[in-house]
Structure formats: C-alpha cells, structure tokens
Write a protein that binds this ligand. Structure first.
Ligand SMILES: NC(=O)c1ccc[n+]([C@@H]2O[C@H](COP(=O)([O-])OP(=O)(O)OC[C@H]3O[C@@H](n4cnc5c(N)ncnc54)[C@H](OP(=O)(O)O)[C@@H]3O)[C@@H](O)[C@H]2O)c1
Length: 210
C-alpha cells in the first residue's frame, strides 16, 4: 500500500473541561443521564460498519493497562480483532495475538511501519500519546467527543504540546445522549480535504469499557 493512502486519527472522549480520565485513571463519569431532545440517535448498524473501516489501533501503555483492567472486570476488549500497537518501554502482559508492543521513535514507527501497512490508523489515547502524535506532526485528524459533564481535574486530552496546532473544523454532530462529536482536520496535512463521516464512535468505544 502507498503510505499516502493512509490516515492517522486521534480519537478520545473527554469532559467539557478537557479531561479524559480522573487523576487516578477512573472514567466513571463517562456515563451520563443527559438527554438532548434535538440530537441524533446512535444507529448500531452504522457504528459496526464504521468500526470495520478502522485498520489498527495505537495506544500508550497506561491506556493499555486500563483496557486490561476493564477486560479483567468482564467488560471485554474494545478493539475487536484489529491489530493493536501498544507504546511502552516496559514489559507488559500480552493478552492476545493482535497486541504488539513498540518502544522508540514514533515518527519512524508511524511513517515507516504503520502507514505502509494500514489505511485507517487510530490513536486512541491517552493524553501523553495523543500529544506526542500531534507534536511530531503525525496526525491527520482529531476526533473529540465531549460528554456533558465537568470533572474539574484529571488527565488532559492534550498533554504539553509546546506549540499551536491549527485545525479545520470538518464535522459536528450532537447526539440524544448529550454527547457532541467534533471532527477536526489538522491544517497543512496532505489529505486535509478527505472527509470521513462517522456515527457515534466515541460513545461506542468507551461505553464498552464503562
Ligand atoms: N476518555 C477516553 O477516551 C480515554 C482514552 C484513552 C485513555 N484514557 C485514559 O487516559 C489514561 C492514560 O493516559 P496517559 O496520558 O496517562 O497515558 P498514555 O498516553 O496512555 O500512556 C503513556 C505512556 O506510554 C508510553 N509511551 C508513550 N510514547 C512512547 C514511545 N514513543 N515509546 C515507548 N513508550 C511510549 C510511556 O510509558 P512506559 O512507561 O510504559 O514506557 C508513557 O508513559 C488512562 O486513565 C485511560 O483510562 C481515556
């Protein structure tokens, strides 16, 4: 595959004040009881179809550890049978064949390994890894799903960027659950104009954990 066909997305679900987890890692606040009357409803079939378009996932070790905890608690594995790359310098348990570990230069890994093999590459957290991805200019788009809650403190969606990242707002969707999904293209990327419509992905991926 030509690496110009590939697309790197960062996606997470956050509180309105920009946190992806409490300081201790809890995400109990993801489930809210809000109802936005004018919002769209989630179509399960569309979500399933959209998830099939994702070719691989990339995550930081702390996000992986959360996923391991959720699985141990019986909530399942949110990433299906898709290749899942975990960034870590530590020895972590490998709980399934689809999981692979990587440590080192993220630019090299994304451009020379992932972009050559996968079309739709999803970075699914956490804050450290999403910032690293943006800081290094590796992301094509950012999908930010806002849950209708303020939690005051926690782990930020974007940790320590040290520079501005100009974005183009490409899509906005509001759902009956009160979640708002924003899709931004990172300006200056070669495939900025590409448009991919999505159903309520954030809720789905995180709700499997929550
Ligand atoms: N709300 C949401 O949608 C959402 C999504 C994802 C995660 N979360 C939450 O966010 C929290 C985790 O986020 P976080 O920002 O603390 O951590 P993170 O981004 O998940 O993981 C950061 C760690 O990944 C490893 N790493 C990063 N880049 C690396 C590289 N190039 N090479 C080798 N290792 C690398 C390092 O750990 P090592 O020490 O292992 O090297 C680093 O400390 C969890 O509580 C999780 O539940 C929420």
């Amino acid at each position: 595959m030509s690496d110009s066909d590939s697309h790197v997305t960062i996606h997470m679900v956050a509180s309105l004040d920009g946190f992806i987890a409490r300081k201790d890692g809890r995400v109990d606040w993801l489930e809210t009881s809000d109802e936005f009357v004018g919002g769209d409803t989630m179509d399960q079939g569309l979500v399933e179809t959209f998830l099939k378009t994702i070719d691989c996932y990339v995550m930081g070790s702390r996000t992986y550890e959360t996923a391991l905890r959720f699985e141990a608690q019986g909530f399942g594995w949110a990433y299906g049978d898709k290749p899942t790359f975990v960034l870590s310098s530590r020895e972590l348990p490998r709980i399934r064949d689809t999981v692979e570990f990587y440590s080192g230069d993220l630019t090299q890994f994304v451009n020379e390994r992932l972009r050559r093999s996968f079309r739709s590459i999803w970075f699914v957290g956490g804050g450290v890894v999403s910032s690293e991805c943006l800081r290094l200019g590796l992301a094509d788009e950012v999908r930010y799903s806002i849950v209708p809650i303020l939690i005051g403190d926690g782990i930020s969606f974007f940790e320590r960027l040290h520079k501005d990242i100009a974005l183009h707002l490409a899509e906005v969707k509001a759902y009956k659950s009160g979640m708002v999904e924003l899709r931004y293209e990172v300006r200056g990327r070669r495939d900025e104009s590409r448009k991919v419509q999505s159903p309520e992905i954030g809720n789905r991926i995180v709700a499997r954990h929550g």
